[in-house]
Design a protein. Structure first.
Lengths: 110, 114
């Protein structure tokens, strides 16, 4: 079985631009969560979606948004990029309480 | 004060040593406890998952939870150079709108020398 897949793996954007990150969960998993991991820190929760509905939102500005599609895949959008948005963005899918992560998208804002 | 505290290390041990990694937490609502291993520039990999207080063993790994002390541990026996990675503890509240929101520690960097 394929694990959680994220695309792209690396991305370089300029300040002020917008970015869309994509995630495909493990087959059968209906919950997708997004996390931001800054170098040297643990992942920080951004969003959780379950059955296409937002179930939770972390302490991130409104520049961050997400959605989940009928096939349970998900997109994370970040507008008006700041240098501080440079990080590894992780997607996790879960069936119950165990969460499985993708390899992440490394976003660099210059 | 952070909800989950984890010593970032770094921790350096010789091959074959027993490694002890620890986290403390302040929120009694945490009911599920996980340990993830993260290699450089990769996503976290789930190692151990526990719910109740006590020990859970899987091969060379033992996870220990003490809810009364709000303290969790991961022990690695016969450590190998391939165990060199960052180890993250993570916790989850039970049910409700918090379902699915993991709260992570900072991560401990472990190096096992041959």
């Amino acid at each position: 079985d394929a694990g959680v897949t994220q695309s792209p793996t690396h991305l370089i954007k300029t300040r002020g631009q917008q970015v869309t990150l994509r995630c495909s969960p493990i087959s059968g998993h209906k919950s997708v969560s997004w996390y931001q991991q800054v170098l040297g820190q643990g992942p920080q929760f951004i969003f959780q979606y379950y059955e296409k509905e937002e179930r939770g939102r972390g302490n991130f500005p409104d520049r961050f948004s997400a959605r989940q599609f009928p096939n349970y895949s998900s997109e994370l959008n970040v507008n008006a990029l700041l240098l501080g948005d440079s990080a590894l963005y992780l997607c996790a899918s879960s069936l119950n309480t165990e969460a499985f992560f993708g390899q992440g998208t490394r976003l660099t804002v210059v | 004060q952070k909800e989950v505290e984890q010593d970032p290390g770094p921790l350096s041990v010789p091959e074959g040593a027993i490694v002890s990694l620890n986290c403390t937490y302040s929120n009694s609502a945490f009911q599920y406890f996980m340990w993830y291993r993260q290699y450089s520039r990769k996503g976290p990999e789930l190692l151990m998952y526990t719910y109740s207080s006590g020990n859970k063993e899987d091969g060379r790994f033992t996870a220990q939870v003490d809810k009364s002390s709000k303290y969790i541990s991961l022990f690695i026996r016969d450590s190998q150079p391939s165990d060199s990675a960052t180890y993250l503890c993570a916790m989850l509240r039970a049910g409700g709108t918090s379902y699915g929101k993991l709260t992570f520690g900072q991560g401990t960097i472990l190096t096992v020398h041959p």
